[in-house]
Design a protein around this ligand. Structure first.
Ligand code: NIG
Ligand code: FE
Length: 404
């Protein structure tokens, strides 16, 4: 049995009430045994039976659930700093992609990388990511775009999940773009996804989710529907990159196929909001992607007021979001997305856990859940987001073990 005491402000982030209800407890303590939480409450009413053999001291600081980054493209070859400069000079993300840059240049670099190369690189990212208090990371494939290269990326995630205490959740994103060898033959590539890739990924249990980049310039609504329904039939839960650059009905499709989440959503329609609210699809805001592509940020308040639960994630990838700073994404979701600090905290914990269907296990500090939490050097969420600085996380615990 272990105890974390002297918690000045404990944000439990229970999945009850509104987006801003973080169910905090002042002067709290947490008891856990092995990997799971046994008791949470005010320290003054701690039951005597929980004497706690090993004592940890939060020294009056804030404690939050381990953060959940529910949208990353963690494993990739190379980087694209040249495109960053081009965008800053005024070239658009789409024009750069059309000129042979963008996702396809990362596909080339990822195909050249070995599984070992990708594993080492992604491992290095995770070392840094956990220091921010992140304890669960969703990771997408999508830079392989051939059966063997997609499997190579997903095997990296499988190994990371087995070898690290962190929770790693994998998503197959074969429908990220059409690879060069299928140029002009998109139907054949879609057939390859449906007939070979999805069955192999499902059979080897290499992913829980299947994502599609739904966009006129990537996979249109009909193509996305076909892929997501095939994935669903194979046991993979749908997810979508939806309405990022154009309003093309991605959010509506997410509702129709009962996706776990629809992500980006900068161009979401009113009908899209209504449809997502009705079918309980989590909306994932990715403000680092809009920041780096100089697009108009998503007004998350529209979604919250429309009844959609909004999660916040980084979209970490070498093109549109080359940083994995989740607290920065949270701060931007306040300043640009118009969410309160309490709302973004729920967005990066329990709602993010819902976006990856892990809310039964992570995302809140409650009895029975995984003992994942972070000690933050701030008195409360408001002060944390207001006086934003990179290094507020003092310690983090995953499955009951202190990892930073
Ligand atoms: O989520 N939207 C598509 N995919 C990624 C970008 C990938 C890239 O630029 O390499 C995204 O923003
Ligand atoms: Fe993405």
């Amino acid at each position: 049995m272990q105890i974390l005491k002297n918690i000045g402000y404990l944000a439990t982030c229970k999945d009850e009430g509104e987006q801003g209800d973080i169910h905090y407890i002042k002067d709290a303590a947490i008891i856990w045994e092995g990997e799971s939480i046994k008791w949470v409450g005010k320290q003054s009413v701690l039951p005597v039976k929980y004497s706690g053999e090993k004592v940890h001291d939060a020294q009056g600081r804030m404690v939050i659930p381990g953060l959940v980054d529910c949208h990353t493209h963690l494993a990739f070859g190379g980087w694209r700093p040249n495109e960053f400069e081009m965008r800053v000079r005024g070239e658009s993300y789409l024009d750069i992609a059309k000129a042979g840059g963008g996702i396809l240049s990362t596909v080339n670099a990822t195909r050249e990388a070995t599984e070992e190369d990708l594993y080492n690189k992604a491992s290095g990212f995770l070392e840094e990511i956990v220091k921010q208090g992140v304890t669960t990371v969703e990771c997408k494939s999508g830079y392989g775009l051939s059966l063997s290269d997609e499997l190579k990326i997903l095997q990296v995630y499988q190994r990371l999940n087995e070898e690290r205490s962190l929770h790693i959740i994998s998503t197959f994103l074969g429908a990220h773009t059409i690879p060069p060898e299928y140029k002009g033959e998109r139907e054949s590539y879609i057939d390859l996804i449906i007939e070979e890739m999805i069955p192999a990924v499902a059979e080897k249990r290499l992913a829980d989710f299947c994502d599609v980049f739904t966009e006129e310039s990537a996979f249109n609504i009909e193509e996305s529907r076909k892929i997501l329904l095939a994935a669903k039939a194979a046991g993979l839960t749908p997810k979508l990159h939806a309405d990022q650059l154009t309003s093309c009905g991605g959010a509506e499709l997410a509702a129709e196929v009962e996706a776990a989440s629809a992500d980006h959503l900068e161009k979401i329609s009113e009908q899209g909001i209504t449809a997502m609210a009705k079918s309980g699809v989590v909306g994932v805001t990715l403000p680092l992607a809009t920041l780096y592509t100089q697009e108009e940020p998503l007004n998350c308040r529209r979604l919250v007021e429309g009844g959609v639960e909004v999660a916040v994630a980084t979209d970490f990838n070498p093109g549109s979001a080359p940083t994995y700073d989740l607290p920065l994404a949270m701060m931007l979701s306040c300043n640009q997305g118009r969410l309160t600090p309490a709302e973004v905290l729920k967005g990066a914990t329990i709602y993010a856990a819902k976006a990856i269907k892990r809310d039964y296990k992570v995302g809140s500090i409650e009895e029975g859940k995984s003992a994942d939490f972070a000690i933050i050097d701030a008195p409360d969420p408001n002060f944390w987001m207001y006086h934003y600085r990179g290094a507020n996380c003092v310690a983090s615990y995953v499955r009951g073990q202190k990892i930073t």
